[in-house]
Design a protein around this ligand. Structure first.
Ligand code: ATP
Ligand code: MN
Length: 467
């Protein structure tokens, strides 16, 4: 098949291409037949948001025959001359010399007709929704951001580390786990009773889908200096919210010879760098989100880039929330786990910018976080952003053997199971820190999409694992 021009490249070079015969391949967004004997086809190939307008003269019988099946959703190839367009909305258009129909789409049954569909409806047609403006734009932004994550770390001397997806570490305090110990033959036999002692575990002990690559990343940080993981993460939390998925992608840097302060600086630099990439490289899609999803989005992102994040201790934040005179569903008091409503109030109402909350009560956080001198708090940080709440969670890790053992004892973590983790404190232990950034929450922030189900191609949530 002769090579076609991507529509994104066509628009990029439209000045040079005017007058030339070109070929494009894509899907019909709409077709409109004018009384003047002309048909207008809007073709989109997914390479960019914009459609290419194709003009077909109905006076040509060989084209008219094909045109009958060129309806919304059809997959086609068109060849013709690119010309300056007299019409509004586009600077160039193609005058078709030939059209090839690959596959039609019956207008009576093709679900994506030219009207606004609800996001709920689009989720039911996950096989077709990337052909919409919004989901197509999200897919392009997500791809660019994922690449930017690698660029950010690679340019700063981090090594990309693949941590396991199946793991036997289960008590990191990061939420509910999915168990994956089914032996290969299990499908053939009757489902065993829960906890059936006669069913051997494939791995010899219970194993789970990872909730975080952090503990394994620590191993490599304490050998290679600076590493990051970027992969799928699983949580069986039964929370049907607009910011939780059962399967999501997490970016987790881990840095040796690093304290909480530097951890925060890297986190802030990462967020800003990623937003900058969207502003410079995803211009057209961002414009779309600013117009149709969240008015003022571009200005918000630009402002976020220019503002230093606010750093507040948990204790100060609790004081501020108490003083705010707001009635929360969960009344605020020191020692409580801040809820989404509190997080959002802090970042949206009190500070009106991203906020790094630091030094949380020790009892709220997992055993690996470094205990502060007050012995009541740990060197943890959560970064909150307007519209979403928590986007990053991180900490300086406990590098002192005696303190780590004390923490494990306190939280009932077996030193037997985590022997290797303890040994990292016995052999060449150094201060280190890291954090986890939820990719989907970042994309929500960058696109303004209110529901996390729209920013991942195939969302997994309670009751939903279709496609
Ligand atoms: P939350 O309190 O919002 O449930 P968390 O404190 O459990 O999040 P962490 O364990 O700190 O989350 O994970 C680090 C980051 O991973 C979070 O800041 C968030 O961006 C992302 N994240 C966590 N859980 C989910 C989820 N279920 N779906 C999507 N992203 C998530
Ligand atoms: Mn967290």
């Amino acid at each position: 098949m002769k090579e076609a021009l991507r529509i994104a490249d066509l628009f990029r070079e439209e000045q040079r291409l005017v007058g030339q015969t070109i070929r494009v391949q894509g899907w019909v967004r709409t077709r409109r037949d004018s009384k003047a004997g002309i048909s207008f086809i809007e073709v989109n190939d997914g390479s960019c948001l914009k459609n290419l307008q194709v003009i077909v003269e109905l006076a040509r019988p060989e084209l008219v025959e094909t045109l009958r099946s060129v309806t919304t959703g059809a997959g086609i190839q068109v060849e013709g001359v690119l010309q300056a367009s007299p019409g509004k909305g586009q600077s160039v258009e193609m005058h078709a010399a030939s059209i090839r129909l690959f596959g039609g789409a019956d207008p009576a049954t093709y679900p994506l007709q030219k009207k606004r569909h609800s996001f709920e409806f689009l989720r039911q047609i996950g096989h077709l929704r990337p052909r919409t403006n919004t989901l197509g734009a999200v897919a392009r932004v997500r791809s660019r951001l994922s690449f930017a994550v690698h660029q950010f770390f690679q340019e700063r001397g981090f090594f990309y580390l693949h941590t396991p997806i199946i793991t036997s570490s289960d008590c990191e305090g990061a939420g509910e786990v999915f168990r994956v110990t089914t032996p290969p033959s299990r499908d053939d036999v009757a489902a065993p009773e829960a906890g059936d002692a006669n069913v051997p575990d494939f791995f010899g002990k219970p194993a789970y889908l990872t909730v975080s690559g952090q503990l394994q990343a620590e191993i490599y940080a304490l050998a290679l200096g600076r590493v990051y993981t970027f992969g799928p993460t699983f949580r069986a939390e039964n929370s049907n919210t607009s910011r939780h998925l059962a399967e999501f992608w997490m970016v987790e840097p881990e840095m040796a010879f690093c304290d909480l302060q530097e951890d925060l600086e890297v986190a802030q630099a990462l967020i800003k760098n990623l937003l900058q990439v969207v502003l410079t490289d995803c211009n057209e899609d961002l414009e779309f989100f600013s117009r149709f999803i969240e008015p003022g989005l571009r200005e918000n992102l630009e402002r976020t880039l220019q503002t230093p994040f606010e750093t507040v201790t948990y204790t100060e934040a609790v004081e501020q929330l108490k003083k705010a005179g707001e009635t929360f569903a969960f009344p605020v008091k020191w020692g409580m786990d801040l809820q989404a409503e509190h997080e959002r109030f802090l970042t949206e109402k009190i500070f009106e910018k991203p906020v790094a909350l630091v030094h949380f009560p020790r009892h709220l956080k997992p055993f690996y976080m470094r205990v502060n001198d007050d012995e009541k708090t740990v060197a943890a940080m959560d970064i909150l952003v307007p519209g979403i709440g928590e986007i990053i969670g991180g900490s300086q890790r406990e590098e002192r053997l005696d303190m780590l053992l004390q923490q494990m004892e306190l939280k009932g973590i077996s030193t037997e199971d985590y022997r290797w983790y303890v040994e990292l404190r016995e052999f060449g232990s150094v201060p280190h820190a890291g954090f986890g950034l939820g990719l989907e929450r970042l994309i929500q922030f960058a696109t303004g999409l209110p529901n996390i189900r729209e920013v991942i191609p195939f969302p997994r949530t309670p009751g939903h694992a279709y496609f």
